[in-house]
Design a protein around this ligand. Structure first.
Ligand code: SAM
Length: 192
C-alpha cells in the first residue's frame, strides 16, 4: 500500500480507529518548543487528530492546528470538547492558509512537510513565512526519504527555507524507527 498523500487518502486512514503514526507521548522537541522564549501562540501544520496542539493549549498557549483531512479535524475537535482550554482546529491546506493571518510566536509540523513536492514545499515555506513572527521558531520533524521519493537533509532544508529562515539546528532521529530529522528553523528578522 502506498503512503497517503491526498486529503482523501488521509481521510481514509483517519477513519480507522488508530493510525500507524499516532504518538502516545509528546516528543521532547515539542516540549522544548513550548518553552522557547515563553511563546503565547502556536500554529501546527498537519495536526492530524491534534495531540500536540492540545498539549500546547494545556501549557497555556493560544494553540491552533490545521489539517486538510476533515475526518482528522473532527476527531481533534471531539478530543478537546471537554477540555477547560480548547485549542482551535481548522480544516485547511497548509499551502494556502488564506483564512489565517497570524503572527504566531512559534509554529511546527510533525510529519507533514515530507508529503510535498517542490512546488508544494515553496507554497508551504511562503505561508509559514507569512504567518510566523520574525525571530520565531518553526520546528519540523521530517523523514529523510519522503513518501514522494525525494530526500530531505539538513543541506536541502537549508536551501528550501532560504532566505526567509535560518536553519538553527538539525538533529538526527530514529523516531518511529525511520531515518528522519528534527529541524529547528528561525524566521529571519526581516522578511525575505
Ligand atoms: C503523518 S500525519 C501526522 C499527523 C500529526 N502531525 C501526528 O504526528 O500525529 C501527516 C498529516 O499531514 C496532513 N497533511 C498532509 N498534507 C497536507 C496539506 N497540504 N494541508 C494540510 N494538512 C496536510 C495529513 O492530513 C496528516 O494529518
Amino acid at each position: 500500500m502506498s503512503a497517503p498523500i491526498t486529503s482523501a487518502d488521509f481521510d481514509r486512514a483517519y477513519r480507522a480507529p488508530i493510525t500507524f503514526w499516532g504518538d502516545i507521548r509528546i516528543p521532547k522537541e515539542i516540549q522544548a518548543l513550548a518553552r522557547q522564549g515563553s511563546p503565547r501562540s502556536s500554529l501546527e501544520l498537519g495536526c492530524g487528530v491534534g495531540r500536540f496542539t492540545r498539549y500546547l493549549a494545556q501549557q497555556g498557549l493560544r494553540a491552533t492546528g490545521v489539517d486538510f483531512s476533515p475526518v482528522a479535524i473532527a476527531k481533534a475537535r471531539a478530543r478537546v470538547a471537554q477540555d477547560d482550554v480548547r485549542p482551535e482546529f481548522i480544516v485547511g491546506d497548509v499551502t494556502h492558509l488564506d483564512a489565517l493571518s497570524g503572527p504566531y510566536d512559534v509554529s511546527f509540523d510533525v510529519g507533514c512537510f515530507h508529503c510535498f513536492d517542490p512546488q508544494g514545499q515553496r507554497a508551504y515555506v511562503s505561508e509559514v513565512s507569512r504567518l510566523l513572527k520574525p525571530g520565531g521558531i518553526h520546528l519540523i520533524w521530517a523523514l529523510d526519504w519522503t513518501p514522494s521519493d525525494m530526500t530531505l537533509s539538513p543541506a536541502s532544508m537549508k536551501e528550501i527555507f532560504a532566505p526567509g529562515f535560518e536553519l538553527q539546528d538539525a538533529t538526527k532521529s530514529r523516531r518511529r524507527l525511520v531515518r528522519s530529522h528534527w529541524y529547528w528553523l528561525v524566521r529571519s528578522p526581516s522578511r525575505g
